[in-house]
Design a binder for this molecule. Structure first.
Ligand code: PHE
Length: 502
């Protein structure tokens, strides 16, 4: 029988009685593991080998795990310090125990959160006591760490779970294949197998000389394991931002751009936001210290905005009757929404006077002095948009959202009446989180009030919105913490593996 060289080598190394793993075969034949895997699959198909597959778990120490394997676990250091200060007789001050233990930084918290759990003693009212009867030598987590560091295996799944949740070990699963010769394999070997020259790649030279007629070609094995390669790729947030832009352009919108740091005038005053509105305090905004203000605001617009704030617009409107300070309006801050861009464009100061119907959008960063939590960041991307046309109604607004979100597979958005100083009526948008089933807020919208439009010189209807790109992403991909896609705590696996559907 004639077989490709690698298959002959594998057959010669395999045994009918002892299982050999792919790794062992690779070592003994001096072939690459992937070549051996390919040969093994071929031989299995020809009935000459039988292949047994099992999943093996490997456990390895993380950097932190290695550190503790060497220096000892923080809770044990704390226990030893507490013991030597006599905390087994009487509770001692926590500060004293920590000082003596030599622990610093995050290790202090790690020690404290594991100390009582593992029965080393208790911590109460700033005092720590130590149980005399506990022996750190019996600490299962410490023993498991040293065993792993010594290259030994640990079987206790509970201890491994605990170490994994502490981030001290990493577990990975791999498939181990081992092979034995079948009866047919043994027979073939006895009858004799010969190596045939096999060619992995057809070359121009083979074609011109006609040598391709005499060689045996190696078959492709599409089932063989391949090395995992994580290439660079565009971040899903950016991919989705680009898709949002494509969708909006497809719906007839044009893109706006403009400053990230802008005068409060454009961010708030044009939007009929009273100057004493709570969102305008220094708690909520990121002010700029250099430069602190914008000098060149359009005088006529400033005057009209001032009048709207003081007196209102038209018969049915009333202003705020509180002072309106131009200096306050000139102050620069990072924009808390991209509605500042909408104001610049609607006012005619960005790309000139606009005639209805026109539609504009932006997908840009905004900055808010919020408290970080799973759904809030200090900066996020806002999908801003507006349509200016005669006789727009709320149905147009809702229909636009339905059409937009449908492009992302989201067909169950809900609307809730809302209040904005600059729109009437106003609606918040909600969507169902695919994993938790909870309704999450995904945007805010409305029809701009005359107090906004008239000073800008717009005399038709304008419907407008600000949607959160990250929230759209949550609905699309089902993650629950916005920090999974942003910043140093991001979920690399999600970012690598997520499929972006086009
Ligand atoms: N500026 C609003 C926000 O950031 C969004 C919005 C824009 C609402 C335009 C209505 C009209 O939440």
């Amino acid at each position: 029988m004639k077989l490709p060289e690698s298959q002959v080598a594998v057959l010669e190394t395999a045994s009918a009685t002892d299982e050999r793993t792919i790794e062992e075969l690779a070592e003994q034949t001096d072939l690459k593991p992937e070549t051996v895997t390919g040969a093994v699959f071929e031989l299995e198909e020809e009935g000459l080998l039988s292949v047994d597959e099992r999943t093996e778990e490997s456990v390895s120490l993380t950097e932190e795990g290695e550190e503790y394997a060497e220096d000892g676990l923080p809770e044990i250091k704390l226990y030893e310090a507490a013991l030597s200060a006599g905390a087994d007789e009487e509770p001692i001050q926590m500060g004293q125990a920590i000082g003596q233990s030599g622990l610093g930084g995050p290790q202090v918290n790690i020690a404290l959160s594991n100390y009582a759990r593992k029965g080393y003693g208790s911590i109460e009212d700033g005092e720590i006591s130590a149980n005399a009867g506990t022996n750190p030598e019996d600490d299962e987590e410490a023993s498991a760490l040293s065993a792993l560091a010594a290259g030994e295996s640990v079987d206790d799944a509970d201890v491994l779970d605990q170490l994994e949740s502490r981030g001290l070990v990493e577990r990975a699963e791999s498939t181990v294949r081992s092979v034995t010769l079948t009866e047919a394999g043994v027979t073939a070997m006895m009858e004799g197998v010969e190596a045939a020259e096999t060619v992995g790649q057809l070359t121009p030279e083979m074609l011109t000389t006609g040598r391709w007629r005499d060689v045996e070609f190696a078959e492709y094995n599409v089932a063989a394991d391949a090395e995992r390669i994580d290439g660079g790729k565009v971040h899903i947030l950016r991919q989705t931002a680009n898709r949002v832009k494509d969708v909006l352009v497809g719906m007839g919108f044009e893109e706006m751009d403009g400053p990230h740091a802008d005068a409060d005038f454009w961010i708030n005053d044009c939007l009929f936001m009273p100057q004493d509105h709570p969102a305008r305090t220094h708690w909520d905004r990121f002010a700029l210290s250099n430069p602190t203000e914008i000098r060149d605001l359009p005088d006529d617009l400033v005057e009209r905005v001032r009048r709207a704030h003081l007196e209102g617009i038209g018969e049915n409107s009333d202003g705020y009757h509180s002072p309106w300070d131009e200096e306050f309006a000139r102050a620069i801050a990072l924009r808390g929404h991209t509605t500042s861009l909408s104001m610049r464009y609607l006012s005619g100061h960005a790309v000139g006077e606009l005639e209805p119907p026109r539609r504009f959008f932006s997908v840009e960063k905004v900055y808010r002095n919020d408290t970080l939590d799973p759904t809030h960041l200090l900066e996020f991307f806002q999908i801003e948009g507006w349509v200016m046309a005669d006789d727009l109604s709320v149905r147009d607004l809702m229909g636009t959202f339905e059409e937009f979100y449908e492009q992302f597979g989201i067909t169950d958005i809900r609307f809730k009446p809302h209040y904005n100083p600059y729109t009437e009526p106003s609606f918040e948008l909600f969507g169902n989180h695919p994993e938790t089933g909870e309704l999450i807020e995904i945007g805010n919208s409305g029809m701009f009030r005359p107090e906004v439009l008239e000073p800008l010189g717009v005399d038709c209807d304008v419907m407008a919105w600000g949607l959160a790109l990250e929230r759209l992403l949550m609905l699309m991909y089902g993650f629950e913490d916005i920090r999974d896609v942003h910043g140093t705590l991001c979920d690399l696996e999600l970012l690598r593996d997520v499929e972006v559907i086009h």
